[in-house]
Ligand binder design. Structure first.
Ligand code: BES
Ligand code: MN
Ligand code: ZN
Length: 494
């Protein structure tokens, strides 16, 4: 991806970015022959389109009004091979970065199993682009995509651990891995229960990375947790063929938080980071966990297995309980947790759940600003009753099929203390290839939003030193905001 961005070139073809709005004015200043050419070609500067100008070795490229993040992603694969340079006159630094990002995204290909080579056109880094930021983001997305796209045969729990170790080693992080029966000894019974049905060489494990940024122990503690189900057959409640088709991506949450961790470490953000990835295969064998089994979780809560296919929340429960005991300043988990979240929001928009309105709204805002959207769903407490079990403290899923993303989030909430600021992101970890630069396949959705959010969160923490935990409770942000707002005027009804 990044090898198709170069610092300079002896000779480069010109790319003139134009929006539908700016095209007319630009054309008016051109010789009549060019104006005729543009008209004859029917070029309207539609975002993502391009037009070769006669004799000029220059191309017009259509972009969006405002900050355009994706249109140029169409070009590297469709322009003739060669090196290109943008006309930089009107490029803001933000737009220069966004164009470089789009270009790199357009050069992604999952090539591990391909024998044919594909060529992409090259772009000269546009002036003003924040190279470090673009490179960090592109590398992270590339890593996330590759991990998710790799089939389970080559991306089992051990391979996922290797991937974390590799990222950790590059940034002098500590990584420890608890494997197989050691999970029982170290009290991660639920991770063990889900993963024990897989073959001996594909043992379940808990991958645990810790890293300290500049500032060492003084930085706030951020814990990231990712669902690492390397393949989800459903277990004894086996999925049908269609349901299993994409389940190599069921470690998409883990890939996303690993990619985000890499960004954080590469940028040397001043925080303490812990990354926890419970990694398992949800498989079928005589050792598999059964429907109606009861497991005593790490936290001591007993859970009745109503469906072995609701495995993600099971392994996350132990990881969240572990992290929560450390009293982190912020805890975020990402998981390809439910089909219900996809029914609600479709493939592109991850569902956000949070036990704190302020951080949730901040993240949504950063998501909008970065063009990496999330949408919030409620942790609607009354639905907790749907998880009542007749024999244990809780059931792992509801008997019906209403509100499945919410009940899954409520299950996770049982393992997080109310004092811990926590966000849960139910993601698809995949795109359907609807957008430029986002070919069908693995996609660490939300990590650009999260990275920007974390930068903002750190700045705020630096301004207002973190309150000691268990300080006097502050009024609920929702209520505070409501108190400031004027009362709505009664509306007349027809
Ligand atoms: N990994 C799946 C969820 C999933 C399915 C994500 C399809 C994205 C696309 C998860 O482990 C699962 O199987 N969830 C079940 C839960 C149900 C048994 C309560 C689901 O969503 O159907
Ligand atoms: Mn499942
Ligand atoms: Zn799953």
């Amino acid at each position: 991806m990044l090898d198709h961005l170069v610092a300079r070139a002896a000779k480069a073809h010109t790319l003139q970015p134009l929006s539908t709005k700016s095209l007319d004015n630009w054309a008016k200043a051109q010789p009549a022959a060019i104006q005729t050419w543009i008209k004859a070609a029917g070029f309207k500067a539609k975002p993502g389109s391009f037009l070769l100008l006669p004799n000029a070795m220059a191309f017009l490229v259509g972009v969006e009004e405002g900050i355009d993040r994706w249109s140029l992603a169409n070009l590297p694969a469709s322009l003739p091979a060669g090196t290109y340079q943008l006309v930089e006159d009107d490029l803001s630094p933000a737009q220069a970065s966004a164009h470089a990002f789009a270009w790199a995204m357009g050069c992604y290909r999952f090539a591990r199993y391909r024998s044919d080579a594909k060529t992409f056109a090259t772009l000269v880094w546009p002036k003003g682009a924040d190279r470090a930021a673009v490179e960090r983001t592109v590398r992270a997305i590339g890593l996330g995509r590759d991990l998710i796209n790799t089939p389970a045969e080559h991306m089992g729990p051990a391979d996922l651990a290797k991937a974390v170790i590799k990222v950790g080693a590059a940034h002098k992080a500590k990584v420890s891995v608890t494997v197989g029966d050691q999970l029982l000894k170290q009290n991660y019974p639920t991770i063990h229960a889900v993963g024990r049905g897989a073959a001996a060489d594909r043992q379940p494990r808990l991958i645990d990375l810790t890293w300290k940024g500049p500032g060492g122990d003084k930085g706030p503690l951020l814990v990231l947790v990712g669902k690492g189900v390397c393949f989800d057959t459903g277990g004894l409640d086996l999925k049908p063929r269609g349901g299993m088709m994409m389940m190599k991506k069921d470690m998409g949450g883990a890939a996303s938080v690993l990619a985000l961790s890499q960004m954080i470490m590469e940028a040397k953000l001043p925080l303490r980071l812990r990354l926890l990835v419970p990694a398992v295969e949800n498989s079928v064998s005589g050792a598999s966990i059964r429907p109606l089994d009861v497991v005593k979780t790490r936290k001591g809560i007993t859970v009745e297995i109503n469906d072995t296919d609701a495995e993600g929340r099971l392994i996350l429960g132990d990881a969240l309980a572990d992290a929560d005991a450390q009293k982190p300043d912020l805890m975020i988990d990402m998981a390809t947790l439910t089909g219900a979240a996809r029914v609600a929001l479709g493939p592109d928009v991850p569902a956000l759940f949070a036990n704190d309105d302020e951080i949730a709204e901040d993240l949504l805002r950063y998501g909008r600003a970065e063009g990496d959207p999330l949408w919030r769903l409620p942790l609607w407490k009354p639905y907790r009753r749907m998880l009542d079990s007749k024999v244990a403290d809780i059931a792992n899923c509801e008997p019906g099929s209403f509100g499945g993303a919410i009940t899954a989030a409520l299950y996770l909430a049982e393992f997080v203390s109310e004092k811990t600021k926590w966000m849960h992101i139910d993601t698809y970890g995949w795109t359907s290839g609807l957008g430029a630069g986002r070919p069908e396949g693995g996609e660490p959705l939300g990590i650009r939003a999260l990275y920007a959010f974390i930068e903002g969160w750190l700045k705020q923490a630096a301004k207002t030193p973190l309150l000691p935990r268990r300080a006097a409770p502050r009024p609920k942000p929702g209520l505070r905001a409501a108190a400031k707002r004027p009362l709505p005027r009664p509306r007349s009804r027809r």
